[in-house]
Design a protein around this ligand. Structure first.
Ligand code: PRX
Length: 659
């Protein structure tokens, strides 16, 4: 395979699981997959009850499985009680895993620290005892704004142990986003670090929290717990700030887990939707953990001796489900990485796989594409320079993986022996939905293949009618599943309207378009709303637009995505200034200011790549911005389509300069 990423590869080969892989797999062969799938379809209550009893430790057994009486507000196992942290940690103290390494932390500078399940359990208990001594009780909300660290995972688990509801905010989000989330969840505690280390640089976190807490609506915050990561300077507020190590000191290594109802919220995680501010996706304890653990076992074919590395940050759902919860409940040894794939050079991932003998590697297509690019520019960082023979399975998540990247990943990283498992899911689905089972499903590069057992999906038209194979349409999930979003925190109407619009006849609307081929395989085509996928991160176009419009010089703004070979999509902003159209020098200066503004207000990941200035945005006669046409302009192409429905067709020609 060549290393280029620009050419479009048509790959029609099908990759069957090898006999060796099938022989040892959790779900061996398509017959085993179909048997599970059919069991779940024919007797869903019986299937889910069996799974929940086999997989989870219940403090109080459930007697009901799915309660649909208040659809779409579904309840699962709702008279049962359990504790998530007990299921992730305590269970491993008595099943032979106690001395097994739970986490291998590799810092930005390459320093390594390992903890066993016993040590992690003790750490979580000490933090939980510390939180208890400060008076925190079940149901209170905790904002976690921490770098990738053992501490981040331990704090999430400590919250779960006490029934505190956490909301993790990704360290790359700005003060403003942090403030919004503190207010929206009505947090009483914030946990942060002095600084985070990424790519050799120290980035202040505590300072962002300090600023957020000077803003309105944050009075409920009683304490800020600070993990000392770098030893960098922080401003100290003695009335509310406490070092994490101080609350742990002198605490007991055990802490009784608080039994909570299966529907008790485990966490709230914010994600961008098609309109307005980010939505707080609320997840449950029982149903979520069940699916997180089951999919960890099925989809990654997890074995006790595996070393699992999910490169996501715990600030995203992937890090929640496949670092902190599902994979931990499954007892896997996991890598936790603080840094970035390009530091000190772009061989970092391969070097870490070699060093820690990683056997399952789970990353995003954008990372793969950037490493393909780096390896073709500098042969020294090509994966062939490293011993990657420990790998036996490769995963992909976050965006469609183009066949070219799939093949490169398969051949150059996986040595043509590891299945490439493309997993389609969302913050709202809690865990994998469409994904191959590595010992069963024949793989087609570019397809996330088939629904998992217990999951029922379809492709429908705008009135919810099923479409024939080969026709593109809306991807829907037609039956509730245990790990589904329960509601939008504080906004039940928004939950019902966004995910279960009336025309979809009770189906969950994913917001993606897809088609199914004649083998029943699903191919994801992209979002149907204005959500952008930038380097695997989901960002709302409207949120960036309203941020830009809030800038004193901006009259109107429109955001579109332009295809980018590495990041998937690049953000392009079309700006109408309050004053005259700027000349080139002015435009460069204003574009710089606007990019900084977005970085400050939303976060550096939301900065527009290109900014175009014009006199007016193209609108329909009813005043809708024609983003479809702007997308064409954003790619530097001439609009040849009929623009007669536009209120102001000439505007398209006026846009100047991409910066
Ligand atoms: O558009 C789909 C894309 O990412 C969206 C979900 O983003 P988020 O909630 O941030 O969760 C990302 C990690 C689970 C989806 O609506 N997406 C995710 N995985 C895939 C994908 N698109 C194609 N193929 C995938 N494997």
């Amino acid at each position: 395979m060549s290393g280029t990423i620009d050419s479009i590869l048509v790959e029609n080969r099908v990759f069957e699981p090898t006999a060796d892989f099938i022989a040892q797999a959790a779900v061996p062969g398509m017959d085993a997959y179909r048997a599970l799938y059919d069991e779940a379809r024919d007797d869903p209550d019986g299937f889910w009850a069996r799974m929940a009893r086999e997989q989870l430790l219940w403090r109080k057994p459930f007697t009901r499985v799915l309660d649909e009486s208040d659809a779409p507000f579904y309840r699962w196992f709702d008279d049962g009680e359990l504790n998530v942290s007990e299921n992730c940690l305590d269970v491993h103290l008595s099943n032979g895993n106690a001395e097994k390494t739970a986490l291998i932390f590799e810092a930005d500078d390459g320093t390594v620290q390992k903890v066993s399940f016993r040590q992690l359990h003790a750490r979580v208990c000490r933090i939980a005892n510390g939180l208890k001594s400060l008076g925190y009780k079940k149901g209170e909300r905790v904002i976690i704004y921490l770098p990738m660290s053992i501490e981040a995972i331990a704090c999430m688990q400590a919250c779960a142990r006490l029934g505190l509801i956490h909301s993790v905010v990704f360290g790359g989000f700005s003060t403003k986003s942090l403030h919004q989330r503190i207010v929206d969840v009505q947090a009483s505690l914030v946990i942060t670090a002095d600084e985070q280390m990424r790519g050799g640089r120290a980035i202040p976190l505590k300072a962002a929290v300090d600023t957020a807490l000077t803003e309105e609506g944050t009075d409920l915050v009683r304490h800020v717990l600070v993990y000392r990561r770098s030893g960098g300077q922080v401003t100290w507020h003695a009335d509310r700030d406490i070092w994490l190590h101080d609350i742990e000191a002198g605490q007991a290594d055990t802490c009784e887990p608080v039994a909570v109802g299966a529907e008790h919220p485990l966490f709230i995680l914010y994600t961008s939707g098609s309109t307005g501010k980010p939505k707080g996706v609320q997840h449950s304890s029982g149903g979520y953990l069940l699916w997180a653990k089951l999919t960890s076992q099925w989809v990654f074919d997890a074995k006790p001796e595996d070393v699992f590395w999910c490169t996501a940050d715990v600030g995203w759902v992937t890090g929640h489900t496949y670092i902190t919860y599902g994979t931990m409940a499954a007892g896997l040894t996991q890598i936790v990485f603080e840094g970035v794939p390009s530091y000190p050079d772009s061989g970092r991932f391969w070097k870490m796989i070699e060093r820690h003998k990683v056997s399952i590697f789970y990353t995003a297509p954008t990372a793969i594409r950037s490493l393909i690019k780096a390896a073709s520019a500098d042969p020294a960082v090509h994966p062939s320079n490293y011993d990657l023979s420990s790998l036996r399975l490769l995963g992909s998540v976050g965006e469609p993986i183009n066949p070219e990247a799939w093949m490169w990943y398969h051949e150059n990283v996986g040595g043509a022996r590891c299945p490439v498992i493309d997993t389609w899911w969302q913050t709202e689905t809690g865990g994998h939905i469409l994904a191959p089972l590595p010992g069963a499903t024949p793989l087609k590069p570019g397809s996330c293949t088939l629904p998992l057992p217990g999951i029922s999906v379809d492709v429908v038209d705008e009135s919810g009618q099923s479409l024939p194979d080969g026709r593109g349409g809306f991807l829907v999930i037609t039956r509730p599943w245990p790990a589904m979003i329960r509601t939008v925190w504080g906004d039940a109407d928004r939950y019902a309207n966004s995910y279960f619009p009336p025309e979809m006849q009770g189906f969950y609307l994913a917001g993606d378009s897809a088609q199914r081929d004649s083998d029943g395989y699903y191919w994801i085509m992209g979002r149907t709303d204005d959500v952008l996928s930038v380097s695997g991160h989901r960002l709302g176009g409207t949120e960036i637009e309203s941020t830009l419009v809030a800038h004193e010089q901006v009259a109107e703004a429109a955001i579109v995505g332009r295809p980018d070979p590495v990041s998937g999509e690049a953000i392009v902003a079309f700006i109408i200034l309050k004053g005259d159209l700027p000349d080139e020098t002015q435009a460069i200066a204003i574009a710089g200011q606007l990019r900084d503004w977005v970085a400050r207000e939303v976060g550096p990941i939301a900065k527009p790549r290109d900014i175009w200035f014009g006199n007016a945005l193209p609108k329909t006669r009813s005043g809708k911005i024609m983003r479809r046409l702007l997308k064409i302009v954003a790619q530097g192409e001439e609009v040849t389509q009929d623009t007669s429905t536009l209120e102001n067709p000439d505007t398209l020609k006026q846009f100047r300069g991409a910066y």
